[in-house]
Design a binder for this molecule. Structure first.
Ligand code: GAL
Length: 444
């Protein structure tokens, strides 16, 4: 068995990481536009990023050249509703309409993430996700985008990785709004999951084309230490535990959404008796068509008398952010997630960052990225051969971009971006990925 004939091959991006034009045509600030200061590598800001707002036609032409069938993008809330609620920015609507038209002309199907971390700053001033009105704000925003774009968009993801924009943004202060406040986690968890459910309901009720709706979380995936049944069960249990990595864990977010349950260890971690009432859980469990998952690296736990975790060893392969490379995490992610949640699975992100640069021949040679993708796709294929239902694979990222707190140094893209003049070059990996798509993965 191989990948399905209609396997969804594509690549992904997010508005705040590529669009730039942060204060143009009526757009107002998102939290990242303001709060990045003093928190990011080299103090890099997302204000210009890849200037995709002005260069989307050129970028879509490159996507076409590399044969992408699907393109996962997110919408900028503060471009569409500059204050988060209320007045609509027509120029923002026009931008996305033009972009969807251009994708259509290129024969590329859009997949829209409604929220990828860039909360309008005005809403943050009102308390952001801690404010119990935030599910209503998100509902208003979702109604707008569904009403405006659902004649052109069929595939929707409500929210990308609450594990990060709450899990490591309100704990450990790694991402905007850079807080470390355990109490905030209670209201943020509640509001984000209620917002997700409201959005799913709105999409189903108002979409013009029958929608395909999912969620795009991440979470630590533990790889069994050996081939024994015990090691398998231990890795599964660690993967779905919520007290090691707290709100970065997968079950924290996905168990309520799909299983309709709040994990006990989440309530213990937060020190609450009942995070959601049974009525709320019934509401949160809005039916989904698929589960997305973003997977880059295996997780580990501390080893006795060692500076290394269980997923590491001396000199093990890593990307330039230091993340361990082990494609088994892809294989076990698919197995563990589908065994537990039973929904068709879409890999919504997977990718490698390097310090790519333009070489003497004017090209960007990135054999490590090719190898990374190849290994992870082979691992995915192994799970497919065992009967797991994988809908598709979206490489992160379509182009080099603003890597949040890490700034512009880590380059994940298939397209190289020179930020000095915004010129683009298709990397070797883009040309290689084209052949993978053309052969539906038979050449791996
Ligand atoms: C994900 C995130 C992306 C991108 C990627 C690589 O967590 O959704 O926006 O930054 O990691 O770090």
């Amino acid at each position: 068995m191989s990948f399905k004939a209609d396997f969804m091959w594509g690549a992904a991006s997010a508005a705040a990481q590529i669009e730039g034009a942060y204060n143009e045509d009526g757009r107002k600030n998102s939290i990242w536009d303001v709060l990045y200061e003093g928190h990011t590598k080299h103090n890099d800001s997302p204000h210009v990023a890849c200037d995709h707002y002005h260069r989307y036609k050129e970028d879509i032409a490159l996507m076409k050249e590399m044969g992408l069938k699907y393109y996962r993008l997110s919408l900028s809330w503060s471009r569409l509703l500059p204050d988060g609620t209320g007045a609509i920015n027509q120029k923002g609507i026009d931008f996305y309409n033009d972009l969807f038209l251009e994708l259509k002309k290129a024969g590329i199907e859009p997949m829209v993430t409604i929220y990828h971390w860039d909360l309008p700053y005005e809403l943050y001033r009102k308390g952001g996700w801690e404010n119990d009105d935030s599910p209503l704000w998100f509902e208003e925003y979702t109604k707008l985008v569904v009403d405006k774009f659902s004649d052109k968009v069929k595939y929707w993801m409500t929210i990308n990785e609450p594990n990060c924009f709450i899990g490591i943004s309100y704990k450990d202060a790694c991402h905007a709004p850079f807080l470390d406040d355990k109490n905030a986690l209670i209201s943020c968890t509640r509001n984000v999951l209620l917002a997700h459910a409201r959005a799913v309901k709105v999409i189903r009720e108002r979409a013009k084309i029958t929608p395909v709706v999912g969620f795009a979380p991440t979470g630590p995936i533990y790889v069994p230490e050996n081939k024994s049944k015990e090691a398998y069960e231990k890795a599964y249990a660690l993967t779905f535990s919520n007290n090691i990595r707290g709100p970065f864990s997968m079950g924290w977010w996905v168990d309520p959404v799909i299983l309709g349950k709040t994990p006990k260890d989440v309530e213990e971690y937060l020190g609450v008796k009942e995070l959601f009432t049974s009525d709320e859980l019934a509401f949160i469990t809005q039916p989904l068509d698929f589960l997305g998952f973003n997977i880059y690296t295996p997780a580990g736990i501390n080893k006795e008398n060692s500076c290394y975790q269980t997923n590491e060893y001396e000199g093990c392969p890593r990307n330039t952010l230091g993340w361990v490379i082990n494609p088994d995490c892809m294989y076990y992610a698919i197995k563990f997630i589908q065994d537990r949640y039973k929904l068709p699975l879409l890999i919504t992100e997977n990718g490698y960052c390097g310090n790519d640069f333009v070489m003497l021949d004017g090209k960007v040679h990135d054999p490590q990225r090719i190898d990374y993708i190849q290994r992870h796709l082979l691992a995915a294929k192994k799970a497919v051969e065992e009967g797991y239902d994988l809908m598709g694979y979206l490489y992160w990222s379509v182009m080099d971009n603003y890597e949040w707190a890490e700034g512009y140094d880590p380059r994940f893209g298939l397209i190289y971006v020179d930020y000095r003049d915004q010129s683009r070059i298709l990397k070797d990996s883009a040309l290689w990925y084209k052949t993978v798509i053309e052969t539906n993965g038979e050449n791996l």
